[in-house]
Design a protein around this ligand. Structure first.
Ligand SMILES: [Zn+2]
Ligand SMILES: [Zn+2]
Length: 128
């Protein structure tokens, strides 16, 4: 069976395209089922991990004990609300200067970095 064009794979890509924030496997399963694609955890894991290995999706870990996935896109960072779990995205690279400095002072060439912001969204700030 050609994994490259299974209905599950296509539907997962479609779901990721429409999602504004990274999704977990449970959400993917929910989406597939609501689109009448009978599926299970194993199938979803296999497909999403294949997409990850193919370089089509990004795999993220926000300390929740599970992975989240999103389509590869412009460099951005995440704002994770520890109150309600909402995840937003911010565009822009805030570390350019720091990376230049690292190279200038120690010769280390930074190729990539991981930076996520944890805090409270507007709604959760009002609640507290
Ligand atoms: Zn919140
Ligand atoms: Zn993202």
């Amino acid at each position: 069976m050609d994994l490259k064009s299974t209905p599950a794979r296509d539907a997962i890509l479609c779901f990721l395209k429409s999602s504004k924030s990274p999704v977990d496997v449970e959400q993917i399963i929910e989406y597939l089922r609501s689109n009448n694609l009978n599926t299970n955890k194993v199938t979803v894991y296999r497909n999403i991990e294949r997409l990850y290995k193919d370089g089509e999706v990004e795999r993220l870990e926000f300390g929740e004990g599970k992975f989240r996935y999103e389509l590869k896109k412009n460099h951005h960072h995440h704002l994770i609300c520890t109150g309600c779990g909402k995840i937003e995205e911010v565009e822009g690279d805030f570390l350019n200067k720091m990376e230049e400095e690292i190279y200038r002072t120690g010769g280390f060439k930074v190729k990539n970095h991981v930076l996520e912001f944890y805090g409270l969204c507007r709604k959760c700030q009002i609640k507290n």
